[in-house]
Design a binder for this molecule. Structure first.
Ligand code: NAD
Length: 258
């Protein structure tokens, strides 16, 4: 008996680290998944890896019609959509006064507007069945900030409150909406952070209470829990999954045990 038997899900950013791991985990637990991403090469590799219970769809989430097509495909193929995992991301950087406005608009569209597009497409189906779980990937950067990162931080913070509003509006209709806020996860996105060259992998690992970064499969386990009936009383939450990254402010200099 799988924890997602008979369920159908749409995962965006499915060809990336967290999306791939989550798609795999959902299928392992019995779900059918429509995997949406603009990266067709990795999308096809995902299908090779996970098997016939995943359908890959080329999708640019900054286009509402393409997001709707992913949801429609899920309903057409499986007769339902139980889980919508809004997870795709891309971002531009720079100090606030210097931000490129096209980059800002694109970042907000992909990380904040696209989850709205997905919800607008999925909610009518979920309302009809009085059941559904929407999970939005925010970040610790939805809760705290970093320099030269305004588009990402603003989009991820906005997504947390979009999550809460959705939870309030649709909770009485049987639909839950939560955000996950990962810390540092070993994916291509993290490699691009290391590529800036100002911090090392070891320095970043040492910032965590658990002394290491996070694996995509650990995020997938949380997204599985939130998509399953094991979390039926959890809605409107921004759940931090950061290995203790945000829990420390060390003013004394006293080192932790190791
Ligand atoms: N890796 C981390 O440390 C970390 C930390 C906190 C939050 N997150 C969040 O986790 C989510 C997944 O990121 P990841 O770490 O797996 O990164 P990733 O770069 O491996 O995956 C992101 C995926 O999104 C896809 N994508 C980007 N723009 C798209 C678009 N317009 N349309 C469709 N697909 C698009 C990419 O092709 C890629 O497959 C993101 O929302 C990210 O912000 C990641």
């Amino acid at each position: 008996m799988g924890r997602m038997d008979g369920r159908a899900a749409v995962v965006t950013g499915a060809a990336g680290g967290i999306g791939w791991a989550t798609t795999k985990r959902y299928v392992e637990e019995g779900a059918k998944v429509v995997a949406a991403d603009r990266d067709t090469e990795r999308g096809e590799a995902l299908v090779d890896d996970v098997g016939p219970d995943v359908t890959f769809l080329e999708c640019d989430v900054s286009d509402p019609e393409q997001v709707r097509a992913a949801v429609d495909r899920c309903v057409a193929d499986h007769g339902r959509i139980d889980v919508l995992f809004n997870n795709a991301a891309t971002s531009t950087g720079g100090y606030v006064a210097d931000l490129d406005l096209d980059g800002w608009d694109d970042s907000i569209r992909v990380m904040l507007s696209a989850p709205l597009y997905g919800m607008q497409a999925a909610l009518p189906h979920m309302v009809e069945r009085r059941s559904g779980s929407i999970i939005n990937t925010s970040s610790v950067y939805g809760q705290v900030a970093s320099a030269a990162n305004a588009p990402y931080c603003a989009a991820k913070a906005g997504l947390i409150n979009l999550t809460r509003v959705t939870a309030i509006e649709y909770g009485r209709l049987g639909i839950r909406c939560n955000a996950v806020c990962p810390g540092v996860v070993e994916t291509p996105m993290f490699e691009s952070v290391l590529g800036i060259g100002l911090t090392t992998r070891d320095e970043i690992a040492a910032m965590h209470a658990i002394g290491r970064t996070i694996q995509p499969s650990e995020i997938a386990d949380l997204v599985l829990f939130l998509g399953s009936d094991e979390s039926t009383a959890i809605t409107g939450q921004a759940i931090t999954i950061d290995g203790g990254l945000l829990c420390e402010v060390n003013l004394t200099g006293v080192p932790p045990l190791s």
